[in-house]
Design a binder for this molecule. Structure first.
Ligand code: DX5
Ligand code: ZN
Length: 215
């Protein structure tokens, strides 16, 4: 479970992170540049500030154009895993190698309309694939139903090739669909609205985990 702080109170970030510290596995940090997506959020100084307030691994989702320009800054700020969009990289393989060379995990993300074939050639050297289940840019959108089959196809491909990368899903995930998403093969569940929109974010994390896999 990786709560997205996009739905937290940015003026009380440390408090809101503390609320999920025990029940989350990672913390999902959405970085938007107003170019790749029509919204602007946070940069490396905020990630460095967050780093001091949590022991959770920081899962940094870069929704920025040409993200290679910022990889060093986010790893230096404390990102444990950096995910870039395949659509935003001219030299995707180089960017992924760069992330790993800095000692961080390398993730690659696909927008809903981008086919799995776009990342076929790098699947043997990524730590995570993030399938966007909404169009990136905003929290609180509805899960796009056809993404369920995309998750299944990626899981089948990973199992067939013996790849160990995580399959992360992001957008519109809540108690109503999390079981089906987990059974389709996703193992890292990002949730913003369904966790921080709940008066008890810790219980919302536990509920998601329970609904997903019964534990
Ligand atoms: C969307 C972001 C998501 C977002 C998910 O562009 O990448 O991480 O916070 O929010 P919910 O869970 O509210 O759809
Ligand atoms: Zn995200």
């Amino acid at each position: 479970i990786s709560p997205s702080i996009l739905s937290a109170d940015f003026a009380r970030l440390a408090d809101d992170i503390q609320k999920v510290e025990t029940d989350a596995d990672w913390l999902h940090v959405d970085v938007m540049d107003g170019m790749f997506v029509p919204n602007i959020t946070i940069g490396p100084p905020v990630v460095a500030a967050i780093r001091k307030h949590t022991k959770l691994p920081l899962d940094v989702h870069l929704m920025v154009a040409d993200p290679d320009r910022y990889v060093d800054a986010f790893v230096a700020a404390g990102a444990d895993l950096v995910t870039v969009h395949a659509e935003a990289c001219t030299h995707l393989d180089r960017v992924l190698q760069h992330i790993r060379s800095l000692g961080a995990g390398a993730g690659v993300s696909l927008n809903p309309a981008t086919p799995l074939s776009a990342i076929e050639e790098v699947l043997d050297r990524v730590d995570l694939v993030l399938l966007m289940t909404v169009n990136p840019g905003f929290g609180g959108q509805r899960f796009i139903p056809s993404m369920m089959d995309k998750i299944r196809r990626l899981r089948a491909q990973a199992n067939h090739a013996g790849h160990a990368f995580h399959i992360q899903v992001d957008g519109g995930i809540g108690p109503a669909n999390v079981r089906e998403i987990f059974e389709a093969g996703a193992d890292v569940l990002v949730a913003g609205n369904s966790i921080y929109g709940d008066p008890d974010p810790a219980e919302a994390c536990r509920r998601l985990r329970r609904f997903a896999c019964g534990s």
